[in-house]
Write a protein that binds this ligand. Structure first.
Ligand code: ATP
Ligand code: MG
Length: 387
């Protein structure tokens, strides 16, 4: 018998045509997540049923629990609709529960309204059956040590004891395509994850300053993408060298404006890449008021260089919440590795916190922007990072 896993998704907001698209995309993504295992993904009413080799059960659950759009999942045993079969399976499963877990309840969900017993009736029948065979057990509806759940569908029943939460959200690929500006810091990976959670296919762009920054900073970006790829299978990572631009900025422009000038160049390059790749929006890890480059005035002057939509999923989050999320996503330990980021190079002593657009543009007039952008684009390297 193969291992079976019941996959649930949030369906509340889904109506009409959207629902069909959501289900199709989710089914594709579930299959992709399981492609190393010989598994099948079957569509049922409001659920998917995954079947695959027993020895891979744990790994399959792990993979599926990271797929966006999955609300929760359970490893299940399947029986026919004969009540005696269900009772037998219930006994077998309760027999597997550690003997010190004595208090239990039975919970039934019946989507098949033809099934002759309503849910409360099934709960009672199975509950009494278990009590009869296992005198150590006791019913506790409020705080059971374990719950035996039964789902009755149109042609079979599923029984299970566990439930693993998924990330929720929308299946990746359903809302559009975006470019994540990925530094080596803590914030941008979390921002990318949140974008993916809302159904975006994400590509990443990392700016480095080799040889001023070591290869390690690029390795960090690769390692972070590998973690993010748990939710999508793979992430296309682009890298652009900012060394020449930074040298020019240092040679020709006012030091206290270096960061905002660098940021504006980054955005121009991100827009160029997005056009080439057909990406519709940018995602950054900016939030408000953390540092000089993230005052409202700085952000406004920075984003003036592009008409692209810039998503900033972290804008309402505290640093602590962001850090907690990064720890959960396993990107935190990579982000805090002490390798230099190109933004921390040539960091001015006193960066302007309230830049004026005309002053910034005066500085930029000293640069041969077109050739700098051309040179930077020529350094573009792209790799596909897999989970
Ligand atoms: P992070 O933790 O993501 O580095 P941060 O709080 O350090 O963010 P900043 O350094 O001001 O903030 O950067 C703001 C955002 O700009 C980053 O979240 C990222 O989206 C983008 N960014 C900064 N540096 C780079 C880089 N080297 N490559 C790509 N994007 C970058
Ligand atoms: Mg940073």
């Amino acid at each position: 018998m193969p291992a079976k896993i019941l996959v649930r998704y949030g369906e509340i907001a889904l109506k009409g045509k959207n629902r069909g698209r959501f289900e199709q995309q989710l089914q594709n993504n579930l299959k992709e997540a399981l492609k190393d295992f010989q598994a099948t993904v079957e569509k049922m009413q409001g659920r998917f049923l995954v079947s695959g080799p027993k020895e891979n059960r744990g790994k399959m659950v792990e993979r599926l629990s990271k797929v966006f759009g999955v609300a929760s999942l359970s490893t299940v045993e399947e029986t026919g609709l004969d009540l005696e079969d269900i009772k037998m399976m219930a006994l077998e499963m309760a027999g597997r529960v550690p003997t010190d877990e004595k208090e239990f309840k039975v919970e039934t969900r019946r989507s098949n309204k033809q099934f002759p017993y309503p849910s409360p009736e099934v709960n009672k029948i199975l509950g009494s059956h278990l009590l009869e065979h296992y005198p150590r057990l006791k019913v506790n509806l409020e705080q059971p040590a374990f719950t035996l759940s039964i789902e009755i569908s149109h042609n079979r029943a599923f029984l299970y004891l566990d439930r693993v939460e998924g990330p929720g959200g929308l299946p990746v690929g359903i809302t559009g395509r975006a470019l994540l500006m990925l530094s080596g810091g803590i914030d941008s990976p979390v921002a990318g994850w949140l974008g993916m959670k809302r159904g975006l296919t994400v590509e990443a762009l990392h700016f480095h300053s080799f040889p001023f920054t070591s290869r390690r900073s690029q390795e960090k970006a690769v390692d972070i993408c590998r973690k993010l790829a748990a939710g999508s299978g793979s992430i296309r990572l682009h890298m652009i060298n900012m060394a020449s631009i930074q040298k020019e900025l240092r040679a020709k422009c006012s030091e206290e404006m270096a960061i905002i000038l660098l940021r504006r160049m980054m955005l121009r390059l991100a827009e160029k890449l997005s056009t080439d790749r057909g990406l519709q929006a940018l995602i950054t890890g900016e939030s408000l008021g953390q540092v000089a480059s993230q005052t409202l005035e700085s952000i406004i002057v920075t984003e003036k260089v592009t008409d692209m939509l810039i998503l900033r999923p972290l804008v309402g989050m505290d640093k602590k919440e962001i850090v907690n999320k990064a720890v959960e996503l396993d990107t935190y330990d990579i982000s805090i590795r002490p390798y230099e980021d190109c933004c921390t190079l040539f960091l001015p002593q006193n960066p302007v916190t309230r830049p004026k657009l005309d002053q910034v543009e005066n500085q930029e007039a000293k640069l041969d922007q077109e050739s700098l952008i051309k040179e930077a684009m020529a350094s573009l390297e792209t790799t596909l990072v897999k989970r």
